[in-house]
Ligand binder design. Structure first.
Ligand code: HEM
Length: 371
């Protein structure tokens, strides 16, 4: 690395003059300064900085996934960067406690000066959602409106253009779908797997029948088991799978779903470990974002009660509903329904393990040394 030419001064490098001059409360324009407005501004700005870093990581991950091939080195970097995103998300979730030190009354001292600005207009947050894969079809609208109505033309066209690009979800789907290990010629893995899952569901059904308190509870729980059986059967039937997709019961393509299931079942195998880490981390990104939505919604309820938001939504009620609806990688969570304990998994024959790239392990086991 070449040596730097000019001496660097801490505050110049970090542009602290600009950064620290950017906290400008509005309350003094109307009377005495509301003490807590400074906290409100700084907390939002800190979030926007973390959004910026998260987007920096996600754009790089997205670019890697957009390539036709993703080798192990690139996949390692993706997993590494996703772990960084998750660590930042933990921080963002904990940070809700800081804004909660402001009481609702303290907030009322300056709230009216903010109208009609709103978190809806956080373009970085909306980019984060869109880049991950939240679409107009999947996201919840507030009072039949779109947050797009609240944006200026520049921001609206930036996000609308982004919506036209394949999302990270689309790229991950394509990556999983092109994995080559779903057909094994004469080894009927998926037949064995279906049999094992059906046995596990039979076992669950027997437990439900033994423990049901009354007929209503029994009927509800049996309905749940039947839905699981139907969804599982549909994984292996093109037409039924399409119906699940049309009904928004699943979003991943059928091939991607089976790959994800296979990887998750055999995650300890070296060839699948990185892919499994990536799948799990994406599910965690979704989970931690949902936790943020929930914490933000609870904080908003404390601050506003049932008042509407400055952006015109129903406030807490809208935000609470986003925690259920605005999810991207739901399929990775639903997949757990069909996971089997290691002991119940079909054992992969040696030739299949070798074909899947577990041969270094096989060689070690045979005493031939690692490759
Ligand atoms: C006193 C504190 C806060 C209150 C009362 C509040 C209130 C609200 C309300 C009511 C909404 C729904 C949209 C609307 O009608 O305006 C909203 C959305 C939002 N807020 Fe906050 N908020 C607060 C703090 C924060 C902080 C610290 C952040 C951090 C960046 C934030 C980010 C957002 C985002 C990104 C949305 C859009 C969420 C979505 O559409 O799913 N808010 N907020």
């Amino acid at each position: 690395m070449p040596k730097n030419k000019d001496a660097v001064y801490y505050s110049d490098y970090l542009k602290l003059d600009t950064l620290l001059a950017a906290q400008q409360p509005h309350s003094p324009k109307y009377g005495a300064e509301a003490h807590d407005e400074m906290l409100f501004i700084i907390v939002h700005q800190v979030y926007e900085l973390w959004f910026k870093q998260v987007l920096h990581e996600l754009r790089a991950i997205h670019a890697d996934f957009s390539k036709p091939q993703l080798d192990d080195k690139a996949l390692y970097l993706v997993a590494h960067r996703l772990r960084r995103v998750l660590t930042i998300q933990d921080l963002m979730n904990d940070q809700v406690a800081v804004i909660e030190t402001m009481t609702p009354q303290e907030f009322l001292e300056f709230r009216d000066y903010l109208v009609p600005a709103s978190g809806f207009q956080s373009i970085q947050f909306k980019e984060l959602e869109i880049r991950l894969g939240l679409t107009r079809k999947t996201r919840i609208a507030f009072d039949q409106q779109s947050f797009y109505n609240r944006l200026n033309d520049h921001d609206r066209s930036y996000l609308e253009e982004l919506e036209q690009q394949p999302t990270l979800f689309d790229c991950v789907d394509a990556w999983l779908a092109r994995m080559p290990f779903l057909e094994f010629k004469d080894f009927k893995f998926w037949d064995m797997y279906q049999k094992a899952v059906n046995e596990a569901l039979d076992h669950d059904e027997a437990i439900i029948r033994e423990n049901a308190v009354d007929d209503d509870q029994l009927a509800t729980e049996l309905k749940g088991i039947q839905a699981n059986r139907d969804n599982f059967a549909a994984l292996f039937d093109n037409d039924r799978y399409k119906v699940l997709q049309e009904n928004d019961a699943v979003r991943l393509s059928q091939r991607a779903m089976l790959s994800a299931l296979f990887i998750t079942q055999y995650r300890e195998e070296p060839a699948f470990n990185l892919a499994w880490q990536v799948i799990t981390s994406l599910a965690e990104v979704d989970e931690k974002l949902t936790i943020w939505r929930y914490k933000h919604a609870m904080m908003v309820q404390r601050m506003l009660g049932t008042k509407i938001g400055t952006g015109g939504s129903s406030g807490h009620d809208y935000l609470r509903r986003t925690t259920e609806q605005n999810r991207v990688f739901k399929d990775f969570f639903a997949m757990s329904t069909y996971l089997l304990p290691k002991s119940a998994l079909p054992i992969l024959p040696e030739r299949v393990r070798e074909a899947l790239g577990f041969s270094s392990l096989s060689a070690l086991e045979k005493g031939h040394g690692a490759t």
